[in-house]
Each structure stands twice: as structure tokens, then as C-alpha cells.
Write a protein that binds this ligand. Structure first.
Ligand SMILES: [Ca+2]
Length: 160
């Protein structure tokens, strides 16, 4: 090697090392920032999605104030499922049912009776995701109907 080029390379080496080190630092800091930001975003998003159906086993329902029998909640939950499953949405049935809930415990029982059901274009196959009633409403209803549902839920002290 030409001694002059070799000398230049030796001189340049620390600069190159320093440069690649600072690029690595930048990559690392970017990863930490983006990763951390995403984590916080998921945390906040997850919190705003906290709805009663998220943990069905934790639902505290007082059975003394219920307006319907267990099997009636089951029938209404099934009617909601049929109103939403497959193409289209039967909003009329959905609102008729949720508007007949007279108190918080009624609505929680309905959510519990609905449970977690597979939501997808082709249901009961591998596609889609397992959603509670709130999740199904969010998938099936337009924004105006969601506002109506939120009003009904919130009037019964149930988050939506
Ligand atoms: Ca549908």
C-alpha cells in the first residue's frame, strides 16, 4: 500500500469509528424512543378500551335488581348475535334490545350472556377475532349508532 494512503487511512480511522458509533447510538435511541412511544400508546389505547366485557369473570353483577331471567338474557344475546352476524346489521333489533335494559345489572348480564364470540367476515372459521359485545358493536355499527349506544350504556353507568 502507498505509505501516504496508509497514513491517511490511519488518520481517518478514528473519525470513521466515531461516526459509526454515533450512528449506532442514534439507531439505538430511535428504537428506544419509537418502542417506548408505541408501548405508551398501546397502554393508553388499552385503557380507553377498558369495557365491562373485557374481563367477563370479573363482572360484579347484583342479581337482586335483574329485570329478566337468565334464559331471557341468553335469548337476547343470541338475537344480538344474529342481528350482527353475516352481511349487514339489524340496527333496529340491536337498539330494541339494549333499550329494554332497565339498569346497569341488566346490561352487564346481557354483556355476560353474549360473552366472547368469534367476529369475522366468515364467522365460526379461523378468520376474525374473538370479541365481546362492545367489540361487536364497534365493528358493526356506524359512528352515529355508536354514539347512540354510548348514550344508552352511559345512562346505565356502563362504559362504552
Ligand atoms: Ca354483520
Amino acid at each position: 500500500m502507498n505509505p501516504l494512503i496508509a497514513a491517511a487511512a490511519v488518520q481517518a480511522a478514528p473519525g470513521i469509528m466515531e461516526k459509526s458509533f454515533s450512528i449506532m447510538k442514534l439507531v439505538f435511541l430511535t428504537a428506544v424512543t419509537v418502542g417506548g412511544g408505541y408501548f405508551i400508546y398501546k397502554k393508553i389505547k388499552g385503557n380507553t378500551k377498558e369495557t365491562p366485557g373485557n374481563n367477563l369473570s370479573k363482572l360484579q353483577i347484583s342479581k337482586t335488581g335483574l329485570s329478566f331471567s337468565d334464559s331471557e338474557y341468553g335469548i337476547m344475546a343470541q338475537s344480538l348475535y344474529l342481528a350482527m352476524d353475516g352481511p349487514g346489521t339489524d340496527e333496529e333489533t340491536i337498539f330494541a334490545i339494549i333499550q329494554s335494559m332497565r339498569n346497569r345489572d341488566d346490561l352487564l348480564m346481557l354483556i355476560k350472556a353474549f360473552g366472547i364470540r368469534r367476529y369475522g367476515v366468515v364467522t365460526s372459521l379461523w378468520f376474525g377475532s374473538d370479541l365481546n359485545l362492545v367489540g361487536w358493536f364497534n365493528e358493526e355499527l356506524g359512528s352515529k349508532d355508536k354514539i347512540r349506544v354510548r348514550e344508552i350504556f352511559n345512562a346505565l353507568n356502563v362504559p362504552f
